[in-house]
Design a protein around this ligand. Sequence first.
Ligand SMILES: Nc1ncnc2c1ncn2[C@@H]1O[C@H](COP(=O)(O)OP(=O)(O)O)[C@@H](O)[C@H]1O
Ligand SMILES: [Mg+2]
Length: 314
Amino acid sequence: MIVVCEKCSNRLQVDESRLTGSIKSFSVKCPGCRHSTTVFLSGKARPVEPVSVNENKSPVRAGTTIVITNQKGGVAKTSTSLNLGLSLALSEKRVLLIDFDVQANLTISMGYQNTTSFHNVMNSAGRNLDSALLQTSYPGLWLLPSNKNMVLLSKKYFGKNNYEYILDKALDQVRERFDYIIIDTPPSIEFFTINALTASDLAIVPTQCDYLSTHGVGQVLNIIDLIRKKINPRIKSRVLITMYDEAATASRMIYTKLNSLYSDKMYQTVIPRDERLREAQIMSMPVINYDQKSRSGIQYMALAREIIAGQRIE
Ligand SMILES: Nc1ncnc2c1ncn2[C@@H]1O[C@H](COP(=O)(O)OP(=O)(O)O)[C@@H](O)[C@H]1O
Ligand SMILES: [Mg+2]
């Protein structure tokens, strides 16, 4: 395993065979600058431990549910789910990440494979959501993973009476135990995305600043408006700029345009294009964990603060 020194960015080789037992984290001292970097491991699946209902840590309504959605692929939905999730957990919030995409990119990005999923929950006798939740090695962060069997759920339920409420109803079992529930969705508006929108208080629409993005964002916001009118009156929507390249004139032009079109919906925080995030993904790590001082990691922490502060006001 390669660990990047937080201070001097030196790449350090760690012999994984020496990490035995139930070790969750370890420190590596950089031979160059002598700085110690702590690394949290993506652990194996463990059952969820009971969490006390409310420690009065948070003034935010328990189980605030946030869907990360855009029908366009490659706009950083999965990266935002993972890094916002960890940023909220690092801000002492109890966070459940839900991988609601058959591709299971979020699950894989966290280093898990061959896990149970919401499909297993829906096919079990008691439909007990706890049975599929994994407590990750990141303090405060849980995961409801996905796997390829999830496609069977869509085949079985899509279009049936009240299919939109399946996730919402299941989440009622665990909402009180989490401050935030974050749902990663596929790049299309179908069974999974409609269920996620129905279950959520807030929809975050990540978008790059490219030519067609203003059009695409408008389309997603219209769909969210429709869901608000027909199914879920409490859902709000916000736009998040991702992979922003401030050196590119085209990026700046489209950023200005998005700001003028959706001024009341834009997050102040902008996530920059950052090679560190791509490296972190290869290591199955959130970027904040891979390189705490990375530009994107710092901005995801800022986004978490903006969300927490925003909810106190709303
Ligand atoms: N801030 C960023 N800087 C650089 N690359 C990024 C950034 N955010 C995401 N990416 C890369 O863009 C690609 C698509 O991101 P992903 O989160 O999988 O998008 P989506 O879930 O919308 O399809 C991935 O290869 C990811 O590593
Ligand atoms: Mg994705």
